[in-house]
Design a protein around this ligand. Structure first.
Ligand code: ADP
Ligand code: MG
Length: 238
């Protein structure tokens, strides 16, 4: 296995706030990593430094061994570091298929715009039976899945998902965990996912990093983290 991402001593300070403090992190290509922690723990800030939306105050980020610390968002996206934001950005008046076509044809020359590729993405994100549906008619969960599909339609290598199940029904949430596991099952795509829903995190069966006050409180399997008294104190107990 090879390393897809490594962060060394990442810190991010806003005026008077240590949003991230000396966060080090590494993950293997083709794996899933969950990040949990209470509100304000620094989870989104961490993801923003990985995607290139925020420059770290100190520290370094390596993608597949290359230092990307000073690389801008667009260049990182071309390397396949793609981020899904919490607010959906699909075109409501266009169909599922059209949204995907735009994503694929849009910016990325390395992406594959052939119908077969688009069909395969639709299947992955559980929208194969709704290619012609207008996005405004999708359920909240389906819109979130389409957003993931839009990332897959480009040449994704590392997906960054910030609270992808927010607002979903229990069924949609469970289906999202299966979907994310399927994405990584051939060990090419990697996923970092921030979530609050503990059942969802358990379903991912992935290592968990716990952030608290901008620092790594602990890291490990779901069970080891869930049974850690410090984690219970700051997060699960709340
Ligand atoms: N752009 C910003 N300017 C100032 N403070 C920020 C900014 N973004 C986040 N913060 C602060 O940094 C801390 C971590 O925030 P965030 O990364 O959003 O946490 P989380 O995603 O874990 O809820 C919080 O105290 C938040 O208020
Ligand atoms: Mg956040």
């Amino acid at each position: 296995m090879s390393e897809v991402l490594r962060a060394e001593g990442l810190s991010k300070r806003f005026t008077g706030i240590k949003a991230n403090e000396n966060v080090s992190f590494s993950m293997e290509a083709g794996s899933i990593r969950a990040i949990i922690g209470p509100n304000g723990a620094g989870k989104t800030t961490f993801l923003s430094m990985i995607s290139g939306h925020l420059p770290p105050t100190t520290g370094k980020i390596f993608h597949k061994g290359q230092d990307v610390t000073r690389m801008d968002v667009v260049k990182r996206a071309r390397r396949g570091i793609l981020r899904k934001f919490q607010t959906p950005s699909v075109f409501d008046e266009l169909s599922v298929y059209e949204n995907l076509e735009i994503a694929v044809l849009g910016t990325n020359r390395a992406a594959d715009p052939r119908p077969a590729r688009i069909r395969s993405v639709l299947e992955t994100v559980r929208l194969a039976d709704r290619p012609d549906a207008l996005c405004k008619h999708l359920s909240h969960g389906q819109r979130q899945w389409l957003e993931i599909g839009l990332l897959l339609g480009r040449n994704a290598d590392l997906l960054l998902l910030d609270e992808p199940t927010a607002g979903m029904t229990a069924e949609e949430t469970a289906a999202t965990a299966s979907l994310i596991k399927e994405l990584t099952k051939d060990h090419t795509l990697s996923v970092i996912v921030i979530e609050h829903d503990i059942d969802f995190i358990r379903d991912l069966e992935a290592p968990v990093m716990v952030l608290h006050l901008g620092e790594v409180l602990t890291e490990g399997s779901f069970d080891s983290v869930a049974n850690d008294q410090r984690v219970r104190d700051v997060y699960l107990g709340t």
